[in-house]
Design a protein around this ligand. Structure first.
Ligand code: B16
Ligand code: MG
Length: 212
C-alpha cells in the first residue's frame, strides 16, 4: 500500500461542525451589527479562531483592542460549544464510521489533524474519543493551517514520515498546509476551489476506492 497512515481534518471532513461554526459567527456578527454570510464563512474554514475573527471584522469599521478581540472570540466559542454539547454519536455519519473502520482493517494508522481547540470535545461527543491512533489539534500547536505544524505533529505521533501519510482536507488552508509539510492530500471538493491536491473526492467514503 502506498500510505501507512491517514490524517483527517475534522470540521467538514469527519463531521459537519462547519455549520455550527457558521451559526455561531453569524450570531456574533448580528449582535455587532455587521454583515456576515455563507460566502464570508467559507473563508474561515481551517483557519484559527482569532484569524477568523479578524476576517469577520474586516471592513466593519470596528477596531478592537487585543483584549476585546479575545472576549469576542470567547463569546463565539461559548455559542459554538453550546451547539457541540447537543451532539451525540448519531451526528457521526454511518458511512464515515464504516469508512474509518474499513481503513483500520486495511492496517492503516489513523490520525486527526485539526485547527480546532474543541477537537477532543467533538470527538468525545460523536463517540470517537478513543478511536484514533493520534490526535493533533489547535490546542497543541503554535501556528494554525496553512502552516503544516498540525499535520507534522500528527505524523510524528503516528511514528510516520510525511511521505508515508495521506492528508484528507476540505479547505484551501488545509490543502496548503499539507503541501507545505510534504504530504499528499486528498481534497474533498474540486480542483477549482482546492488547487494543489494529489486527488479529489466527492465525499469521504470515496477514499476507500481512491486508495485501491
Ligand atoms: P475552534 P479544522 C477548524 O477546524 C475550522 O475549520 C475553522 O473554521 C475553525 O476556525 C478552526 O478549526 C478553529 O476552531 O474555534 O474550535 O478552535 O477544519 O481544521 O478541523
Ligand atoms: Mg475542515
Amino acid at each position: 500500500m502506498r500510505y501507512k497512515g491517514i490524517i483527517f481534518d475534522l470540521d467538514g471532513v469527519l463531521c459537519s461542525t462547519d455549520e455550527y461554526h457558521y451559526l455561531a459567527w453569524k450570531a456574533l456578527a448580528e449582535r455587532l451589527g455587521i454583515p456576515f454570510d455563507r460566502e464570508k464563512n467559507r473563508r474561515l474554514r481551517g483557519i484559527s479562531r482569532q484569524e477568523s475573527l479578524n476576517i469577520l471584522l474586516e471592513g466593519s469599521g470596528i477596531s478592537c483592542t487585543e483584549e476585546r478581540k479575545k472576549a469576542l472570540a470567547e463569546e463565539k466559542n461559548a455559542m459554538y460549544r453550546q451547539m457541540l454539547a447537543r451532539m451525540s454519536p448519531a451526528d457521526l455519519s454511518r458511512r464515515v464510521k464504516t469508512t474509518l473502520e474499513e481503513l483500520r482493517k486495511r492496517g492503516l494508522k489513523l490520525a486527526v489533524g485539526s485547527s480546532s481547540k474543541n477537537t477532543a470535545f467533538i470527538l468525545e461527543r460523536v463517540g470517537l474519543g478513543s478511536f484514533f491512533d493520534a490526535v493533533a489539534d489547535g490546542s497543541c500547536i503554535r501556528h494554525a493551517k496553512p502552516d503544516p505544524e498540525v499535520f507534522l505533529m500528527a505524523a510524528d505521533r503516528l511514528g510516520l514520515a510525511p511521505r508515508e501519510c495521506l492528508v484528507v482536507e476540505d479547505a484551501p488552508a488545509g490543502v496548503q498546509a499539507a503541501a507545505a509539510g510534504g504530504f499528499d492530500c486528498a481534497a474533498i471538493g474540486d480542483a477549482g476551489e482546492l488547487p494543489g491536491a494529489a486527488g479529489y473526492l466527492k465525499e469521504l467514503p470515496d477514499l476507500l476506492q481512491y486508495l485501491e
